[in-house]
Structure formats: C-alpha cells, structure tokens
Design a protein around this ligand. Sequence first.
Ligand code: NAD
Length: 421
Amino acid sequence: MELLAKTKGEEFQDAALRLFNIAAEHLNLDSGIREKLKWPKRELTVHFPVKMDDGSIHVFVGYRVQHNVTRGPAKGGIRYHPDVTLEEVRALAALMTWKCAVVNVPFGGAKGGVRCDPKKMSLRELEGLTRRYTTEISVFLGPESDIPAPDVYTNAQTMAWIMDTYSMHKGYSVPGVVTGKPIAIGGSLGRKEATARGCVFTIQEAARELGLDLSRATAVIQGYGNAGSIAAMLLHELGVRIIAVSDSRGGAFNPKGIDPARALEHKGKTGTVATFPEADRIGNQELLELPCDLLVPAALEGVITKENAPRIKARILAEAANGPTTPEADPILFANNVYVIPDILANAGGVTVSYFEWVQNLEMLHWSEDDVNRRLRDIMTRSFQEVREIAAKERVDMRTAAYILAVGRVAEATLLRGVYP
Ligand code: NAD
C-alpha cells in the first residue's frame, strides 16, 4: 500500500514535536510531564457563514488552539491564509508556548487561523469574517484567558474588529483582549515594529559574537510584510546593504543595494516588490541561496529544507518567520557554520511588546516608545545570552538551546502547580 504523503501542516507539527522531544531528552523529563507538555490543552474548530458582497453565503473553517496555559493566559496570533490547517495552527500554538517561555513573559501559547484568501476578499467581507470568527471562538477569548494578535495577512485593523466584537458582547470596552491594536484604541507604541526590532537586536548580538561589522554587511529578506519590511528598514538604518527582498509574487535583487522604504512604497502602489524598477527579478528559492551575511526569512514555514540548506551561504540566519527551517536542514546549516537564530528567540520581540501592550491595557497606562524599545532590548539581549550560555554549556546549537530553556521553564511551572485534582 502506498503511504500518503504528509501535508505541509503535518510536517510542521512533526518538526515542532521533534524539537520538543530533543529538549525533553536533554532535560531528562519524566514521561508523564512530557506527555502533558506535548499535547495542546484545547482545540476549537469552527465552521461559520459569511455574507459575501455578491449576496452569496460562504462557509469558512477556522481554528483556535491553546497549547499550554501553565505560565499564564494563552497568547498567539491569528493567520488568514488559503493553506491554514489544524496541524499548522497546532504547531504554531506550541511554538508560542516555547517562545513566551524563552523570553520569560507570563503567557502560555495559542494560535488561530481561518482558511481563506484575504487577497480576494473586500474589506467589508474581511470585517464580516473577522467578527463572525471572533464570535465563534469567543468561548476561549478574554484578557485573562486568551489574547490574539496579528499574524500572516491580519493586521491592526483586524485586531480592532476583534476588540470591538468582543467588547460589544460584553457591553463595555475590553482593550486587553487583543494586542497589536491601533494606538488610538489602546495599542502600544512600538508594537508594529516589535517583531522586526527584536529580531534586529538578536542579529546585533550574533554579529558582535562573530565579529561581523553590520555597517559592511549585506542582507536578504524573504517576505515583505510586517516582519520583513520593517526588519529591512531597521537593518538599513544600521548601515546594512539590503541586496534582495521578496513577497509571494517573487523577489527583487540588486547587489548594489535596495532602498527598503522605496521598495515598500512600490509594493504599496503595485501590490508586490517583485517589479521594483531599481532591481532585477529573482525567484523566492534562488533568493534564499544568494551569498550574503544576513538571511532573514519573514514569510512562511518550511522554506529552508535539506535540499537547499547545503546552498545557503548566509553567515547569520535570523528566523523572523515561524518555522522557516525544517529539522533535516538544521544539522546541514550547523555543519556549514551558518549561525541560526531560531524563530522562538529571533521573532519573540512581537509577543514581548504584546505583553507590554496587555500590561498597559490592564493598568490603563501609556508607555513612551523609548521606554518600550528599551525594555524590549533588555529582554531580547538577556534572552539571547541565556540561550547562548546553554548552547555553550550543553554543546548544542542555538535552536536546541532555546528549546531546552523554554521547555525547562514550562516543565518547572507544571511540576510546581502539580496535577489537578
Ligand atoms: P504579513 O502578512 O505582514 O507578511 C507576510 C509577507 O510574506 C507578505 O509580504 C507576503 O507577500 C509574503 N509571502 C507570503 N507567501 C510567500 C511566499 N510563498 N514566498 C515569499 N513571500 C511570501 O505577515 P507577518 O506578520 O510579517 O508574518 C511573517 C512571518 O513572521 C510569519 O511566519 C509569522 O508567523 C511571523 N511572525 C510574525 C509576528 C508579528 O508580530 N506579525 C510575530 C512573530 C512571528
């Protein structure tokens, strides 16, 4: 009998579990605790109708998975994409548990997603979809239980609709139910830039360790949304030459450098960076293999595999995206001296400032942007050094070290709380 090939979501889920198992082995975790940490706490699948602009009714499928809430409320983004599956959301929810633990913010992990093609939907349809999906998953949501944030193809506007829908049901405004909101309704200064800024802080730490002068470095960025475009601009400010950028429609390459703000402006006007006039076109695969100092995948999972890993020439691979590297690619990168800053560390700036936003909402306070960025830098550099120390002590790569730190923290909390009843 022919074995069925695994879907991308199933492969991602396997990858997340594999990394967890390696850390659990290092930590010598009891098998019962291992089982507890491996499985998601709750999974909700919802099928819900949305009235489309042409008067038809379309039924969408959506998910919200809470992986673990031992260290605090469930936290994690919501993704709108045609390829969303329960397995993908499950893997992303687990990553959120480990990510919150790496940076030691008091949250558990969750993720949500709706299978849809937001590029083919009007703003009104997206609002209808968001409000109905929020209502369907509202049994999970709340500032003390489960707090969504933006992810692929969702943004501050999506969060505003979620906050409003939830608040309408309650009868009063509840800003703390989501993070990544617009500033005018309780969003935090610096949240929009936080994922990219946090990633750049970790790049600075890695560069210092390698003796790499960033003002002479080159970078390649895959994905030109929130994480990718802002990372490009922050790196550019540090003097890094951005030689290639891309989005879902392809890439633009210029070895002399691309002005990231102008590339974003071009994407705003035309819908893609691929046709940026001051560069040559390049494919998304080819782009990953360009000689460069910094490679920043900032789109989707599973793009660096055992096939292309031997051809990755970057000195530092900073995973702004979640799960861009498959487990089979990791040892190849390690053997080739590519310094990998793993996703659960490299992109944890987003959830860190989400935590700041939530704290400000609960306390009804506003922090200055400098205050937010200073606190973010402290947490990112401290977390980087903690992971680095484990990597050196245990003689493991940075990803394994980050998982050892994270799984160890969640295991400790689990043991302290005990098994109910
Ligand atoms: P976004 O929707 O703002 O941007 C996604 C970008 O990826 C777009 O430019 C899109 O065109 C591009 N893209 C989509 N498919 C692609 C493909 N096949 N090849 C190349 N590019 C492609 O999303 P985002 O919020 O920037 O998220 C990007 C990644 O960062 C995701 O993996 C997400 O989980 C991760 N992340 C985001 C945050 C956050 O705060 N937004 C936090 C942590 C991690």
